[in-house]
Design a protein around this ligand. Structure first.
Ligand SMILES: NC(=O)c1ccc[n+]([C@@H]2O[C@H](COP(=O)([O-])OP(=O)(O)OC[C@H]3O[C@@H](n4cnc5c(N)ncnc54)[C@H](O)[C@@H]3O)[C@@H](O)[C@H]2O)c1
Length: 432
């Protein structure tokens, strides 16, 4: 379709955790948006005005967009319909094969659907996280199959998403928007689109945009591997990881050590692999990944050292999501922990107040538990009431494993009664 006759301003292909809030945000800024997804249930939810997943403020935004008299959002299952807008933003998933290689099947499939309908004037913007070189590959694919001059006839750019889940609506207007365009004008065209948001736009080359996104996540992944490895070292030396971290950080002016925890999720677990595809130092980031991936086993083995065999013992796992206060369970290490515990023949009960997977109530999960593992540091678990419930329902001699230091007691492994005493000792005293 000739983009000068477009009925919409922008198409967003893939209405997932990145694409749907983005499509709604464009619509909220007055753009006419085509939202495309091949998941019929997802489209039905959006049509009905229901967010298919949790994202702060997104339900209200969806309702606002729905009730707008301008009807700024239309929906389709067909990727080819994206050509009804001048700008096409790709927000499809980009997982990683176990071969340490990006899995581009969704992007390739969308490109093939678009090939026949693209026309001069269209812009194709990759918002998905991609391996270095992918944006140039996409441009080359269009040039090869349609003989377009990219940067003159059609425009291809990478504008990576760096927003944290739960902060989309705030960060879309504040985080600098990196744009790497192919050829003469692609960057400028992509910037016209993303200029509807208040965030500054930073122009660069496609490969630098790709590297900046991947290494933003690698930095986080490695940052959390260090305290996780330190936690394992401290167990070996019978030291307290929280005290060592405090010693490192206290009044020290040159950076600081992060806190341990479960470090995973769909982005952190795979984005480093896109760099590893052609790494000059293969192994370094694989080691980072191995540290983070071994945290569930480390905690399980620590529990076994203290309790003996876990077979037929009741274990409560608190939290299934990959991080605090999200309903996203993808690539969560909590699931890995549950699998490992089940392989020990433990009787596992799970409680998570956020995720779509049905779980037991907190009380049901805790009743009779000899071991409690806090796998996600949801805010519900971080208050003293949650600890009191553990002590009451599971009993004072239940072993509590808390790599997050949820209650400030500073113990990865401690019995519930010890934690209650530690918490009482640190609580500010009130005058009677
Ligand atoms: N989730 C995050 O917090 C986050 C943050 C930054 C970057 N990213 C990156 O953004 C991209 C998207 O991530 P996501 O979490 O939104 O993924 P997602 O899986 O939630 O969303 C992808 C959507 O695309 C749809 N889809 C798949 N194949 C399709 C096809 N052929 N045609 C039409 N629709 C199709 C799926 O049904 C799904 O709704 C990934 O590259 C990811 O690495 C994600």
């Amino acid at each position: 379709m000739d983009p000068s006759h477009s009925t919409a301003d922008v198409s967003v292909v893939g209405l997932g955790r990145v694409g749907l809030p983005l499509a709604l945000s464009f619509a909220d800024r007055g753009l006419r948006v085509i939202g495309i997804d091949n998941d019929a249930a997802r489209l039905e939810a959006v049509r009905d005005g229901r967010m298919p997943f949790a994202e702060t403020g997104a339900q209200e935004l969806l309702e606002r967009v729905h009730s707008s008299p301008a009807h700024p959002l239309s929906l389709s299952e067909r990727v080819a319909d994206a050509a009804g807008a001048r700008h096409i933003v790709i927000t499809l998933g980009t997982p990683s094969f176990s071969h340490i290689e990006i899995d581009m099947r969704d992007i390739r499939s969308a490109l093939d659907d678009l090939l026949g309908v693209l026309a001069p004037g269209h812009s194709l913007i990759l918002r998905s996280t991609v391996a270095p070189g992918t944006t140039e590959f996409v441009a080359g694919y269009l040039a090869k199959h349609r003989s377009f001059e990219v940067g003159e006839d059609v425009f291809v750019a990478h504008a990576p998403e760096r927003i944290a889940a739960g902060r989309f609506l705030e960060e879309i207007d504040t985080l600098p928007c990196i744009v790497g365009g192919v050829g003469a004008r692609s960057g400028e065209v992509a910037a016209q689109l993303f200029g509807v948001f208040a965030a500054p736009i930073v122009q660069t080359t496609p490969v630098q945009a790709e590297l900046a996104k991947i290494w933003t996540n690698i930095l986080r992944y490695a940052t959390f591997a260090l305290p996780n490895l330190l936690m394992m070292d401290c167990e070996r030396y019978d030291a307290n990881v929280f005290e060592v971290i405090d010693l490192i950080n206290r009044d020290y002016p040159r950076g600081g050590m992060a806190q341990p925890g479960f470090t995973a999720g769909t982005c952190l677990r795979k984005d480093f692999a896109f760099s590893e595809e052609r790494s000059a130092a293969p192994g370094m980031l694989l080691a980072v990944s191995r540290v983070n991936e071994s945290v569930p086993l480390f905690l399980l083995e620590g529990a076994r050292r203290r309790l003996g065999s876990l077979a037929n013992r009741r274990v409560a796992v608190l939290g299934l999501a990959f991080k605090a206060d999200t309903d996203d369970e993808r690539d969560s290490l909590a699931h890995k922990l549950v699998r490992l515990l089940e392989r020990e023949l433990a009787d596992v009960a799970v409680h998570d107040p956020h995720v779509p997977t049905p779980t037991a109530s907190l009380e049901e999960a805790l009743d009779g538990a000899e071991l409690v593992v806090v796998a996600a540091n949801h805010s519900e678990f971080r208050d003293a009431h949650a600890l009191a419930t553990i002590a009451e329902r599971a009993g004072g001699d239940c072993l509590v494993v808390d790599p997050w230091n949820c209650w400030g007691a500073g113990q990865v492994f401690a019995y519930a009664s010890e934690l209650v005493l530690l918490l009482d000792a640190t609580r500010p005293k009130t005058r009677g």
